[in-house]
Ligand binder design. Structure first.
Ligand code: THU
Length: 158
């Protein structure tokens, strides 16, 4: 029998001003795009902004549907579009902002898996910065760190 322990570290900031300009700008872009989320059912606005290797920033938000399960989170709306259009560009930093809660937020399980796919593919971590309406932030070093013991392509012998 072997007991295996998993640990991960993240950083909490109390204000945007604690971030460097690059990250602050990315979070601001995620706040702006959250305002345009299509959320008639939850009224929970989420915005995401990703910084690519070439310096370009792309944004997306959650898109809900009258048939609820059809709706897509901001992270996946954005990353699927980005990878469809710029598959060769590494995704370096992903900022996610939520407008409607003061609680700390974190990507849902399905989004963690989606971010992990791209992280594994590019062989480089995707930094994740999470921002809520109180202004506090969480900085996570990678998708892998928030999805321990994950399912990935190696298990499909690929
Ligand atoms: N949502 C996101 O956009 N990202 C997440 O990581 C968690 C949840 C959205 C889905 C839905 O439109 C709303 O937030 C409420 O669950």
């Amino acid at each position: 029998m072997e007991k295996i322990q998993y640990q991960f570290e993240y950083i909490k900031y109390s204000s945007l001003d604690e971030l460097d300009e690059t990250r602050k700008n990315l979070v601001k872009k995620s706040i702006e795009i959250a305002k345009k989320a299509h959320v008639p059912y939850s009224n929970f606005h989420v915005g995401a902004a990703v910084l690519l290797e070439n310096g370009e920033i792309l944004v997306g938000n959650n898109q809900e549907n009258a048939s609820y399960p059809v709706g897509t989170c901001a992270e996946r709306t954005l990353l699927n579009y980005v990878h469809a259009n710029f598959p060769e560009q590494k995704k370096l930093i992903l900022a996610v902002s939520v407008l409607d809660t003061d609680q700390d937020v974190s990507p849902c399980g399905m989004c963690r898996q989606a971010i992990l796919e791209y992280e594994n593919l590019q062989n480089e971590n995707i930094e994740i910065i999470l921002h809520n309406n109180s202004g506090s932030l969480i900085h996570i070093p990678s998708a892998q760190s928030i999805l321990p013991l994950n399912f990935n392509s190696k298990m499909l012998n690929q």
